[in-house]
Design a protein around this ligand. Structure first.
Ligand code: GLC
Length: 439
């Protein structure tokens, strides 16, 4: 079971910490937090550049911004790294870039947002990830297409008109120049989260030629050889550092050409990534923890997103979820950190997920529903020394007596199946976990 044996052998990226740490915070923050109705509002409502600037850019002033509080909330939730949107599709930059005026230092806030954020998270021992949008609906050289952006729904002639004088190569040069900044101004960057390509047939959409991806990767590897890079640069025939399923959970360990690879699911608390005032459909702490556990049980990570408000706070609904997650992580983190999928010869019982720490040889059974007295684990008979509930370290009995065995429809097969005797009362935690000490 080697987590490192992936197809990215040719990459210089360091994934060793990534496959141990397992849990990170995604932060989507920018001008769209003022609109408070989805980070794509510029596209969704076809808001022209000038209107967007006049409404939001001229007024952006997160006066309550205190990244120490964010880092604390993430650290208390058990997160080990964070990824911040340096620039989203609307083109607005959260740092004092030399290559544009469309940046936070030219808003009423007037100060770089990234430097204090990175510092605050580093002080809490968390690693740094930078998200950067390949799309840019603001840049004057970015060629307008029919897929996204404020002008995507205009008739073709209109778009052609607006495209006169635009030069995607110049835009790519801007992208590269900003990449150089991001990788030289902020110390060690552990994750570079490029988003996204959309190449279609007949040369439609945008992909590697539009971003000059190959050159870009060379630059990245040269500036920060260890950084972990997403798979969204349209270079899928080349080594990648990690796959990034989004808004969906993969059904098993993510593979490329039949090989298990490093992967990270990125998921939202509700529907949007950016702050959304009206969304009521927040996931529960239990659902979110089940998602984290599901990732680790399939050999992957979870990057869980928050969208801070225009005034610079993580709102109560999100904080509530983070603190609930932290309450569980305090007692169950060792079923997450350093863990991966269980060995193939151990079957996952129903309504549960297994994670495994190959170093300590402990197997964790996460119970998504509480069984009636017994839980049967096929393939584990004779392989477990001791079992306990992880929340309180209380012993869990093993084996099934003959009276109960005779009443089980299919019986437990003692030569193959380990039966755990669980207490009647389900522990009062979001997801109960049984820790098994393997021989
Ligand atoms: C998508 C969306 C976006 C979000 C991202 C996160 O590509 O465009 O808004 O930032 O996914 O993975």
């Amino acid at each position: 079971m080697s987590q490192g044996s992936t197809s990215e052998a040719a990459s210089t990226a360091d994934s060793s910490w990534f496959v141990q740490d397992r849990f990170g915070l995604f932060i989507h923050w920018g001008l769209y937090s003022m609109g408070a109705r989805h980070e794509w509002l510029m596209h969704n409502e076809q808001i022209p550049v000038e209107t967007y600037e006049n409404r939001y850019f001229k007024r952006f002033d997160p006066d309550l911004y205190d990244p120490k509080l964010w880092a604390q909330a993430a650290g208390d939730a058990g997160m080990k790294y964070f990824v911040i949107t340096t620039k989203h599709h609307d083109g607005f930059c959260l740092w004092d870039s030399e290559h544009t005026d469309y940046k936070v230092t030219h808003t009423p806030h007037g100060k770089c947002l990234l430097t204090p954020m990175i510092q605050a998270f580093r002080e809490r021992g968390m690693r740094t990830g930078l998200y950067h949008s390949l799309l840019d609906w603001h840049h004057p050289d970015y060629v307008i297409d029919e897929f996204h952006g404020p002008y995507a729904r205009l008739p073709k002639e209109k778009r052609d008109e607006l495209n006169r004088g635009r030069d995607q190569k110049r835009y790519a040069a801007y992208l590269h120049a900003q990449t150089r900044e991001l990788l030289t101004k902020f110390g060690q960057v552990d994750v570079l989260w490029y988003d996204f390509s959309f190449k279609r047939e007949n040369n439609l959409g945008k992909g590697r030629d539009d971003w000059q991806s190959e050159e870009l990767v060379k630059l990245i590897r040269q500036l920060q050889p260890k950084v972990m890079l997403t798979d969204r640069l349209d270079l899928n025939d080349q080594p990648i550092d990690f796959k990034t399923p989004e808004q969906t959970q993969p059904r098993g360990w993510v593979t490329v050409n039949g090989q298990k690879v490093v992967w990270e699911a990125c998921q939202t608390l509700s529907d949007s990534w950016g702050y959304h005032r009206g969304e009521q459909n927040y996931r529960t702490v239990e659902q979110l923890l089940q998602t984290l556990i599901d990732c680790v049980s399939k050999g992957g990570n979870l990057l869980l997103n928050v969208g801070p408000t225009a005034r610079g706070e993580i709102d109560e609904r999100a904080l509530d979820r983070l603190s609930g997650i932290g309450r569980w992580m305090k007692r169950h983190a060792r079923s997450i950190y350093g863990c991966t999928a269980a060995p193939d010869d151990i079957q996952t019982p129903e309504h549960s997920r297994l994670t495994y720490n190959p170093t300590t040889k402990r197997l964790y059974v996460h119970l998504f529903s509480w069984p009636y007295k017994f839980m049967h684990l096929d393939g584990l008979a004779g392989r477990v020394e001791y079992a306990q509930l992880l929340n309180d370290g209380s012993e869990v009995g093993m084996g099934v007596d003959s009276w109960h065995a005779s009443h089980m429809h299919q019986g437990a097969n003692p030569s193959n199946t380990l039966s755990l005797r669980l207490p009647l009362t389900r522990p009062d935690v979001a997801v109960p976990v049984v820790e098994l000490f393997l021989k």
